[in-house]
Design a protein around this ligand. Structure first.
Ligand SMILES: *Cc1c(COP(=O)(O)O)cnc(C)c1O
Length: 566
């Protein structure tokens, strides 16, 4: 354990969780005020000892918990500063990262600090996952399209003591509620999802128009269910570019809340949904600060509520990305480390010779031998193949051009950089990682290329991932640094061939008997023990390349020298 050494001050985006030490190693910080640090390379070594190969995702539980705590603290401060009379609560949208370990980490943090904490779900399976994880203590807010089975499950859970709120997403849900109310007592709370009516947010997918809400509240009154309405919901999108949109939406929701209070006396909560971004592009814009976000929201609520002399409701947000993104780091190793391959070779073929070759007059040896080769003294010559699949591990980069910061795990340098083109191992030309401006060359601040870390991959990546080329999940590592001087690591191996092939309806074991039959038929003998062993070892392996852990730095360094000499 070393003391905290921030040699990385220029890059506040990663503070207080990550920085470089004096040995130019990327470290994670933990402990009281994050004064302790541990190199990621050390963790990766430990993972290897436990049989976990790269690529791997390191999930830091203490970062998730700290982000959650900071969010609550930011709101607590704003509530005090503006003398707001309601409370703040997080409703964690589990689609952002539904791993049980993340959900448990948040719950544990809330319990430890006595925070009221809720879950948000958008499908029946998400509801089931929350119900299987939590005690009735946490409220569950249900968004998304809902059929009768969704309502029945939620109503049963509510009957058993869970506090479940069904947010009306579509006016037709009223029909389901009506049917259910004729068959059973309604235990769930109800809410309305608002749709922003401003021009710039016109084409939103979800929510009820003002007219729909007016009609729905009337219909619920007729069903004698208006007193079950407890929440007004308004998620207006992800990674909002400015909080202006949120402020305008607050204005609208406060007016609506005031109007609905007459018929819906138990309406005491306003949920703003998600939308708080993360500073993936290292802009250091204040809009990514939790304190700025909390203050803007509380200020806006206070202003509009007091103007209309309304009681202050509980304010919720469903900040998923902001809470989970920073907790996970994807570690990948480069492939193809031989010097020759990394030097850009300018090959110029003599055109007349080329024509001869195309006419079949000379052979390949003649063509190649009479070709001049020149080496370019060009830093932009690095082509690196990284042992991972973009489609599996960074699907948002491929799908929506989402940028992720890329840092060297070792050999960081503030002065020197290496520009590389970065390709993954999928057999797809789109498997390319670009820099934040969309340029093909990514600048890496280091003196040598070894393992690289894609930062902030804790939100959305795992669940949006695709098994393109039948390449599955990477090794996943849960890291608990919350106990002093003790690092608890649990490694989940990468998805193996057996699981992957079965996923697509193949039967890998049948292949074994087929090989056996072929051997007997064609060769008149059975497979040797070695051949069988190869097969079984393969099935428990995974599609990532088994590369030697010899440092590629050596060859790249050689390569760089070679380039300089030319
Ligand atoms: C996706 C989603 C969220 C999460 O948004 P973030 O931008 O990740 O905070 C919250 N609420 C709802 C209803 C969502 O659909």
């Amino acid at each position: 354990m070393e003391n905290n050494v921030f040699s990385f001050n220029a890059r506040n985006t990663f503070q207080p969780y990550f920085s470089y030490d004096h040995d130019q190693q990327l470290c994670v910080h933990y402990g009281q005020s994050f004064t302790q640090s541990m190199p990621l390379a050390k963790i990766v070594d430990e993972v290897a000892k436990q049989g976990g190969n790269k690529p791997c995702v390191l999930n830091f539980k203490h970062i998730t918990q700290d982000r959650m705590l900071c969010l609550y603290q930011s709101f607590a401060k704003a509530i005090e500063d503006y003398r707001y009379q309601g409370a703040y609560q997080l409703a964690y949208p589990i689609k952002v990262n539904p791993n049980a370990s993340v959900m448990r980490a948040l719950k544990e943090c809330a319990d430890r600090h006595d925070l009221v904490f809720n879950f948000e779900v958008g499908s029946k399976s998400e509801l089931l996952s929350v119900l299987s994880l939590t005690a009735p203590r946490n409220r569950i807010i249900c968004n998304g399209f809902k059929d009768k089975a969704f309502y029945q499950l939620a109503n049963l859970a509510a009957k058993l003591g869970f506090e479940v709120i069904m947010v009306l997403e579509h006016i037709d849900e009223l029909q389901v509620i009506k049917e259910l109310s004729q068959e059973a007592e309604i235990y769930v709370g109800l809410g309305f999802r608002t749709k922003p009516f401003h021009d710039d947010l016109h084409s939103v997918k979800f929510g009820l128009s003002l007219r729909d809400i007016y009609d729905a509240s009337g219909a619920l009154k007729d069903l004698a269910l208006a007193d079950r309405v407890v929440l007004l919901h308004g998620h207006i999108g992800s990674q909002l570019k400015s909080l202006h949109q949120v402020e305008r939406h607050i204005n609208m929701m406060v007016c609506l809340y005031g109007n609905l209070l007459n018929d819906c006396p138990n309406l005491t909560m306003i949920d703003l949904g998600g939308g708080l971004g993360i500073d993936y592009e290292e802009t250091e814009n204040p809009r990514f600060q939790l304190s700025y976000y909390a203050e803007t929201i509380i200020k806006s609520f206070s202003y509009h509520l007091d103007l209309l002399k309304l009681p202050h409701p509980v304010i919720m947000t469903e900040s998923g990305r902001a809470v989970t993104a920073m907790s996970s780091v994807l570690i990948v190793s480069p492939l193809y480390q031989t010097a020759e391959r990394n030097i850009t070779v300018q090959t110029s073929y003599d055109e007349s010779l080329q024509a001869c070759w195309l006419n079949g007059e000379i052979n390949l040896a003649d063509l190649v031998e009479s070709t001049s080769v020149s080496y370019l003294d060009d830093q932009k010559s690095y082509k690196l193949w990284l042992n991972f699949s973009l489609f599996q591990s960074l699907p948002d980069h491929w799908g929506i051009g989402q940028h992720f910061p890329l840092l060297p795990v070792t050999h960081y340098s503030e002065e020197k950089t290496i520009d590389c083109q970065l390709f993954d191992i999928s057999c797809d030309a789109d498997g390319v990682f670009k820099d934040k401006t969309g340029d093909d060359y990514v600048r890496i601040p280091c003196t040598e290329i070894n393992d690289l870390a894609f930062m902030f991959v804790g939100a959305y990546q795992d669940m949006l991932s695709s098994k393109h080329n039948i390449i599955g999940r990477t090794t996943a590592v849960e890291i608990d640094l919350s106990t002093e001087d003790d690092c608890v690591i649990s490694v989940e191996q990468a998805e193996d061939y057996h699981a992957l092939l079965c996923h697509y309806g193949h039967n890998p074991l049948q292949l074994m008997s087929q090989f056996q039959r072929l051997a007997e038929f064609h060769l008149d003998e059975s497979l040797t023990a070695d051949e069988q062993g190869l097969f079984y070892a393969m099935l428990s392996g995974n599609p990532y390349l088994q590369i030697e852990s010899t440092p590629c730095s050596q060859s790249l360094l050689l390569n760089r020298r070679a380039i300089k000499l030319l």
